[in-house]
Design a protein around this ligand. Structure first.
Ligand code: NIG
Ligand code: FE
Length: 394
C-alpha cells in the first residue's frame, strides 16, 4: 500500500470540529492512503510514507466543491455579454440560442467542451463538480448530454426544464408532459439529481412542482434554480420538497429566509436545504448580488458555486467566486472558503468531501500563499499550485 504524506503545511483548513469554523491546524501534515485521508496531525509527529510532498509552509485546504455548473453545451454568447455590458438586461432568453448550437453539435464536440471546462476548473482547485444538462431539451439531446456529463462526474443533474424550447412555445403544458414522461425516463439512468429553472419566463411553480415530484418518484434528488431574476415562490417550493439546495436566492422575502433557516437541524448536524449563491451570475449580468449576510445571520447554510455556463456566468473559477462573495456579498473570507468547500458538499448531500478529516476523500489544494485569506485578498491571481484528487497529484 502506497502512502503519500503532504508535509510542512503552514495553515491547514480541515473544516473539522475545532475552535474556529474552518478547523484550522498550523504546522500540520496529512497522510493519504488509498485515496482517503488516513491521518491529520502536527508535522513533528508525521508518520513515514513512501512519497512526500513538501508544502513549504503554505496553506492547504480541501478541494473546492462546485455544486452548480452547466458544462454540456456548444458555442458561446460573447456577443450577448457585450450587449449586456452596453446596457441590455439579462432575461434568460439566450438559453434558446445555446440549445440550437448544442443540438447541432456532435457528441465529441460536446465531450471536448466538458473536458476543457472540467480541466480548467481542476487547475483552479475544483475537485468535485456537478454537471447539468439543459441545453438539449429534446429526449435524445437531454439523454446524450447526461451520458456525456456522467463520463466526467457522478454528480449529474437532469435540467430538461431549463426553458420551454421554441417548438413548444405555444404549448408549455405539453412540454412539461414530455419532461415528466419520455425525457425523464431517458435521462434518469444517467442522473442523480433533477433541477428546474423556476422563474418568470421559464417554469412557474405548478410546473416546477409537477416536474420535481416526477423526478423524486424515480429516485432523483431535488435541487432548483429559484429567485434569480425576481421574487417568487421557488425557494418555498424547494423547502417544501426537501430540496438539497435552492440556487441563486438573489431576491428573497423574509419568509423565504425563515423557511431556509427552518431547515437547519437542531443539533446543527446539517441541513435539508442549502442556499447556494452564484455570484458569477450577478457579476456577468451586472445585477445586484444576493445578500449572503442576511442568510448567514439567520442561520441558513450557504454554499458558493460558479454556475459555469455560456450565458449568465462563463467562469469555472471558485477562487473568483470566493473573492466576489467577500467583496460584494459581505461574507468573511472564512465563511466564503467554508461555503466553497464544506457548503458545496452539503448542497450535494455529501459528507466525504469538503473536509480534510480522517476517512474523507483525499482532495487537497496547496496554495502558493501562506493563508486561505489570500484567495480573497489576491483576486485574479493563480494561487493554486498543486491539486490532489482522490489521493492522486494532478
Ligand atoms: O443558472 N438561470 C438559468 N440558467 C442559467 C443561465 C443559462 C443561460 O443563460 O444560458 C443560470 O444562470
Ligand atoms: Fe444555473
Amino acid at each position: 500500500m502506497s502512502a503519500l504524506l503532504v508535509d510542512n503545511i503552514g495553515e491547514l483548513v480541515t473544516n473539522g470540529v475545532g475552535e474556529d469554523p474552518l478547523g484550522i491546524r498550523r504546522k500540520a501534515a496529512v497522510l493519504v492512503e488509498e485515496g482517503r485521508v488516513a491521518w491529520v496531525g502536527p508535522s513533528a509527529y508525521a508518520p513515514a510514507a513512501d512519497r512526500r510532498i513538501d508544502a513549504g509552509g503554505a496553506a492547504v485546504l480541501p478541494g473546492f466543491v462546485d455544486s452548480h455548473a452547466h458544462l454540456v453545451f456548444a458555442g458561446d454568447r460573447a456577443a450577448e455579454f457585450a450587449a449586456r455590458m452596453a446596457g441590455e438586461p439579462y432575461t434568460g432568453g439566450g438559453i434558446r440560442t445555446t440549445v440550437g448550437a448544442t443540438r447541432a453539435a456532435t457528441d465529441d464536440e460536446l465531450r471536448a467542451t466538458v473536458r476543457r471546462l472540467r480541466g480548467e476548473a481542476l487547475r483552479q482547485g475544483t475537485t468535485t463538480m456537478e454537471i447539468k444538462s439543459g441545453y438539449g431539451l429534446s429526449v435524445a439531446d437531454e439523454a446524450r448530454s447526461l451520458r456525456i456529463a456522467a463520463e466526467t462526474s457522478t454528480e449529474t443533474t437532469f435540467l430538461g426544464a431549463h426553458v420551454v424550447p421554441a417548438e413548444y412555445a405555444d404549448r408549455p403544458d405539453d412540454y412539461v408532459g414530455l419532461v415528466c414522461g419520455p425525457m425523464l425516463a431517458a435521462a434518469a439512468p444517467h442522473a442523480k439529481w433533477i433541477d428546474v429553472f423556476c422563474e418568470r419566463g421559464a417554469f412557474d411553480v405548478d410546473h416546477a412542482r409537477a416536474i420535481l415530484s416526477c423526478g423524486q418518484a424515480v429516485g432523483l434528488g431535488v435541487r432548483l434554480h429559484a429567485n434569480q431574476l425576481g421574487p417568487g415562490p421557488g425557494v418555498q417550493l424547494g423547502v417544501e420538497l426537501g430540496a438539497a439546495s435552492v440556487d441563486h436566492c438573489t431576491h428573497l422575502s423574509d419568509a423565504d429566509v425563515e423557511a431556509l433557516a427552518g431547515t437547519v437541524h437542531d443539533d446543527g448536524s446539517g441541513t435539508r436545504t442549502v442556499a447556494t449563491l452564484l455570484p458569477g451570475a450577478e457579476f456577468s449580468t451586472r445585477s445586484p448580488y444576493p445578500d449572503a449576510r442576511r442568510l448567514l445571520d439567520a442561520g441558513v447554510t450557504v454554499a458558493l458555486a460558479t454556475d459555469c455556463n455560456p450565458g449568465s456566468s462563463y467562469t469555472s473559477s471558485m477562487p473568483f467566486c470566493i473573492a466576489l462573495a467577500v467583496r460584494e456579498m459581505r461574507m468573511t473570507p472564512a465563511e466564503a472558503v467554508w461555503a466553497a468547500t464544506a457548503g458545496g458538499a452539503r448542497a450535494l448531500r455529501r459528507d466525504d468531501i469538503g473536509v480534510l478529516t480522517p476517512g474523507a476523500r483525499a482532495d487537497l489544494v496547496v496554495l502558493d500563499a501562506p493563508s486561505y485569506l489570500h484567495l480573497a485578498y489576491r483576486p485574479g491571481v493563480p494561487l493554486i499550485c498543486q491539486v490532489i484528487r482522490n489521493g492522486v497529484p494532478q
